[in-house]
Design a protein around this ligand. Structure first.
Ligand code: BES
Ligand code: MN
Ligand code: MN
Length: 458
C-alpha cells in the first residue's frame, strides 16, 4: 500500500467512524414491514456512499427490499472482484436488554455498539470506504470492482437467486469477496472456508377445534402442548445426536486431517463457556465443541408457543401448539432431504389425538471453499499485510445462503474474509464491532484489491 493511501486512511479514521455511526442509526430491519421506509433509506445511504466514491451506482428494486449495485470497470486488464454484503439487520428484541437504544450507536472503549455493527454494516461498509480511499488517492481502483449489497439476507435472501439470474452478465467477475463472518481471535485474522447450511421449519400441532376448559375436558382429550413437547424431546438421542432417522446418512465425515487442523487452532472451551455464562457445553458425543459448532450438523428448537402465556393463570386446554425448528447442515446434506426426513419423523411419532403439519421456512446448502483458487492468495496476503500474522483457515457454523448461489448461478467462488469477533453478539442485544477491526478491515479491503490486481484476469 502506498504511503499516500496509508496516510489518507489514518487521517480519515474519525470521518470513517462518523459515517459508520450514521449508517448504524438507520433501523433497516428487513423482517418488519413497519421498518420498510428505514430499510429503503438504508439502501439509499449505501448507494450515496458508493456514488460519492466514484462508482456507477444503482438502487435496483426487487419484489422485496432493493439491491444496491455499483461498479467501477476502468481496469480492463485486471481481474474483477464482486463484493457482497447486506445492509439489513435482525430485529432488536428484547429491547430492555440493550444498554443504549439499538439504533443509537455508542462507543464503549474500542467497540461501537449498535444493531448491525458487526452483522453486517460495519464489515460491509469497510469495503465501501476502501474503494473511496483508493479512488481519492489514485483517481482509479487497482482492479475492477462490483458491489452487490442486499437488504434481505437476514430473512433468507428470498429474491436474490432470481436477481443473480436476471443480472448474470453484469455480475460476471473473477471472485466474490464477502466480509460477513468472524476473525479467529483478536489480532488473528482468518479466512472462513466452511459454512453450515440451514433447514428452517415450523411445526404446527392441532388438537380440538377450539380451546377448552381444562377442568371440564382435561383427561379426555390430547393436549397439543404436551404432544409437541414429546415430539421435540424425541428429536435428540441421549448421546446428544439427532434422532431423526437418516439425518447423518449423507454427512461427509470429518477426516483425520480436518480434525487435526481444528485441534491445531487451539479452541479454548473454557473461555467459550465463560463468554456465554454456562458451566457445561454438552452436545453430540465424540466431538469437540469447535467441531460441533462449525463442522457437525445440528437440530435446535428456536421458538415455541401455544396456550396461555399472559398475566396470571388461565385453566385452558389449548387447541394448538407451535414450534420453530432449524437444522444446521454440513456437506453433502441437502435441505430438501432433511426437510423430508424431519417431517416423516414428526408425523411417524405423533402422539395420539393430535394432527401436525411441518412447513418449510427456508433452506440453504452448506459451503466448503476451494482453498486452491489463486484469488485465495490475494486474501491471505492482504490479511497478513494488515495484521502482521498469517491468517488461519477456519469454519463457521453460521449460514450465508448466497454463497452457494454465487457458485450455482454464476459459477463464482467466494472468499470469506471476516472482520468480526466471536463475542460480537450478532443477532443479540448489545451487538458490537471492534473499531480497530473496522479500520483494519478498510485496510484489508484496499490491500485485497491491490493484491488482486497482480493476478491474471480469468
Ligand atoms: N453473517 C451471518 C452469518 C454468519 C455470522 C456466518 C458469523 C459466519 C459467522 C448472517 O447474517 C446470518 O445471520 N445468517 C443466518 C441465515 C439466514 C438465512 C438468516 C444464520 O446463519 O442464521
Ligand atoms: Mn450477516
Ligand atoms: Mn445475520
Amino acid at each position: 500500500m502506498s504511503n499516500a493511501l496509508n496516510t489518507l486512511l489514518h487521517n480519515s479514521r474519525p470521518q470513517h467512524l462518523q459515517q459508520l455511526k450514521d449508517l448504524l442509526t438507520i433501523a433497516s430491519i428487513s423482517a418488519k414491514a413497519e421498518h420498510n421506509a428505514d430499510t429503503a433509506h438504508c439502501a439509499d445511504f449505501v448507494a450515496d456512499a458508493l456514488r460519492s466514491a466514484g462508482l456507477h451506482t444503482e438502487v435496483i428494486p426487487t419484489p422485496g427490499h432493493p439491491v444496491v449495485y455499483a461498479e467501477w470497470l476502468g481496469a480492463p486488464d485486471a481481474p474483477t472482484v464482486l463484493i457482497y454484503g447486506h445492509y439489513d439487520v435482525q430485529p432488536v428484541e428484547p429491547l430492555e436488554e440493550w444498554r443504549n437504544p439499538p439504533f443509537s450507536p455508542t462507543i464503549e472503549g474500542d467497540n461501537i455498539v449498535a444493531r448491525g455493527a458487526t452483522d453486517d454494516k460495519g464489515q460491509m461498509f469497510a469495503h465501501v470506504l476502501a474503494a473511496h480511499a483508493l479512488m481519492s488517492v489514485d483517481g482509479k481502483l487497482p482492479c475492477n470492482v462490483k458491489f452487490i449489497i442486499e437488504g434481505e439476507e437476514e430473512i433468507g435472501s428470498p429474491n436474490l437467486d432470481p436477481f443473480l439470474r436476471d443480472h448474470r452478465d453484469r455480475l460476471a467477475a473473477d471472485v466474490v469477496l464477502i466480509s460477513d463472518t468472524s476473525m479467529w481471535s483478536p489480532g488473528r485474522p482468518g479466512v472462513t472456508v466452511g459454512l453450515r447450511g440451514l433447514t428452517y421449519v415450523e411445526i404446527h400441532v392441532q388438537g380440538a377445534t377450539h380451546d377448552l376448559h381444562s377442568g371440564l375436558y382435561g383427561g379426555g382429550v390430547a393436549n397439543p402442548i404436551n404432544a409437541l413437547s414429546r415430539i421435540i424431546a424425541g428429536l435428540h438421542n441421549p448421546d446428544g445426536s439427532v434422532a431423526v432417522p437418516g439425518f447423518y446418512d449423507n454427512v461427509q465425515p470429518l477426516t483425520a486431517e480436518e480434525r487435526a487442523e481444528f485441534a491445531a487452532l487451539g479452541h479454548d472451551e473454557a473461555q467459550f463457556r465463560a463468554e456465554i455464562g454456562v458451566a457445561e457445553s454438552p452436545g453430540e458425543a465424540g466431538y469437540t465443541v469447535l467441531e460441533r459448532i462449525t463442522a457437525r450438523p445440528t437440530l435446535d428448537c428456536n421458538g415455541i408457543w401455544g396456550g396461555y402465556t399472559g398475566e396470571g393463570a388461565k385453566t385452558v386446554l389449548p387447541a394448538s401448539a407451535h414450534a420453530k425448528v432449524s437444522c444446521r447442515l454440513v456437506a453433502n446434506q441437502t435441505s430438501e432431504e432433511i426437510e423430508a426426513k424431519l417431517r416423516n419423523h414428526v408425523l411417524a411419532n405423533l402422539p395420539a389425538g393430535v394432527t401436525a403439519r411441518v412447513e418449510l421456512h427456508h433452506g440453504a446448502p452448506a459451503f466448503l471453499a476451494d482453498r486452491a483458487v489463486p484469488t485465495m492468495i490475494a486474501a491471505t496476503n492482504a490479511l497478513k499485510t494488515v495484521w502482521g500474522v498469517d491468517p488461519v483457515f477456519m469454519r463457521s457454523g453460521g449460514s450465508i445462503p448466497v454463497v452457494a448461489s454465487f457458485k450455482s448461478e454464476l459459477g463464482l467462488d467466494s472468499i470469506l474474509m471476516g472482520f468480526g469477533l466471536a463475542d460480537d453478539r450478532a443477532h443479540s442485544p448489545n451487538e458490537k464491532f471492534s473499531i480497530t477491526s473496522f479500520y483494519q478491515g478498510i485496510e484489508a479491503s484496499a490491500q485485497f484489491m491491490l493484491e488482486l490486481s497482480k493476478l491474471p484476469k480469468k
